[in-house]
Write a protein that binds this ligand. Structure first.
Ligand code: SAM
Length: 277
C-alpha cells in the first residue's frame, strides 16, 4: 500500500482530499504537508511514513512558507529522530545540509541538471545565491566549465557549501565566497560567460552587478516567481536593467521550473546579452 492508502485505512473517518499523498525526501528526512484539520493525527502520520519507508529516519511537517533573507522553511519534527541535518544525494553530488538553517529544495533537481547541460567547455560561471552549493557543484560535476563560483550570504549555508566541496573531492573547478552577491561580485574583478541569479523573490536587485560582470554575449539565467502565463513581467525586469546598463537582450527563452501554489510559477529567463556599443 502507498502512503495515501495506508493513511486512509488508518483513518477511515478522514476526508480523502485531506490525506497527504506524498512527501519531499531530503536525504533521510521526509518533509510532509499536514493540513491543519489533521494536526491531532500528525504523530500517527509521521509514524506511518517511518513504517512504510525504512530509510526515512525523520519526518518533519512544513510549518509555514519559505521566508526571510535566507529563504528558510519553518519545519516541525513530528516523528523519528530529533534532527534536521542530513546527507542528500542529487545528480551524483553529495550534499550535507541542515534544513533548520538553510534553503534547499529537492524540487529544483531537474532544473540544476538542465543548466549543467548548457555549459560549454572552458566557461566561467557565477552562481549568485548559491546556498549549500548544489548549482555550482552539479555544474562542476557534469560539465567541462573552466571555473565555477558560488556566492552566498547565509554563513551557515556557505559553511555547508565548503563542506560539500570537500565531500565531492573530484570537483576541482568550484570555489565558494561568503557575502552579499551585489558587493562580492564586483570585488572579484572577473567577467563571466554565464551568471545565474537564483533568488526568485527579489533577484532583480542583483541585475546591475550581474550585467556589469557578464561578458559581451554572455548568458544570464534569471529566476523569478510569476503568475501563470505572465513571463513578460520577468522579461521586463531584465529589459529595464539592460537599458540602464548599456546592454540588450539578443535572444531569450523562458522555462517553467516549479511552482509556488497553483497559480504562481517559478520561471527561469535564459538570455544572451549583448552590449549596446
Ligand atoms: C532560493 S535560495 C537558492 C539556494 C541555492 N541556489 C539552491 O538552489 O539550493 C536563495 C539563497 O540566496 C541567499 N541570498 C539571498 N540574498 C542574497 C544576496 N544578496 N547575496 C547572496 N546570497 C543571497 C539566501 O540565503 C538563500 O540561500
Amino acid at each position: 500500500m502507498n502512503l495515501r492508502q495506508t493513511l486512509q485505512a488508518l483513518f477511515p473517518e478522514v476526508l480523502p482530499e485531506l490525506i497527504p499523498g506524498g512527501f519531499d525526501r531530503v536525504g533521510d528526512i521526509a518533509v510532509v504537508i499536514v493540513p491543519p484539520e489533521l494536526e491531532a493525527l500528525e504523530r500517527d502520520i509521521g509514524e506511518a511514513i517511518l513504517a512504510l519507508h525504512k530509510t526515512i529516519r525523520v519526518v518533519a511537517k512544513r510549518n509555514g512558507k519559505y521566508s526571510g533573507e535566507y529563504r528558510t522553511l519553518p519545519l516541525a519534527i513530528i516523528a523519528g529522530e530529533e534532527r534536521l541535518t542530513t546527507l542528500h544525494r542529487e545528480n551524483g553530488v553529495n550534499l550535507h545540509l541542515d534544513l533548520a538553517h538553510v534553503y534547499f529544495s529537492v524540487r529544483s533537481a531537474h532544473e540544476r541538471a538542465r543548466i549543467a547541460t548548457l555549459i560549454e567547455p572552458g566557461e566561467s560561471v557565477a552562481v549568485l545565491c548559491s546556498g549549500i552549493g548544489p548549482f555550482p557543484l552539479i555544474i562542476g560535476r557534469h560539465s567541462k566549465a573552466g571555473k565555477v563560483i558560488g556566492i552566498e550570504k547565509n554563513p551557515i549555508a556557505h559553511g555547508y557549501a565548503l563542506q560539500n566541496l570537500r565531500a565531492n573531492r573530484k570537483i576541482a573547478s568550484v570555489r565558494f565566497f561568503e557575502g552579499d552577491a551585489a558587493q562580492m561580485l564586483p570585488s572579484l574583478n572577473h567577467r563571466f560567460d554565464r551568471i545565474l541569479i537564483v533568488l526568485p523573490h527579489g533577484g532583480e536587485s542583483l541585475l546591475p552587478s550581474s550585467l556589469a560582470a557578464l561578458k559581451p554575449s554572455g548568458t544570464l539565467h534569471f529566476y523569478d516567481m510569476q503568475a501563470k502565463g505572465c513571463s513578460s513581467a520577468t522579461c521586463a525586469k531584465v529589459v529595464t536593467a539592460c537599458r540602464d546598463h548599456g546592454r540588450r537582450i539578443r535572444r531569450f527563452e523562458v522555462t517553467t521550473c516549479g511552482h509556488c501554489g497553483p497559480t504562481v510559477h517559478r520561471v527561469c529567463l535564459d538570455a544572451v546579452i549583448d552590449t549596446t556599443e
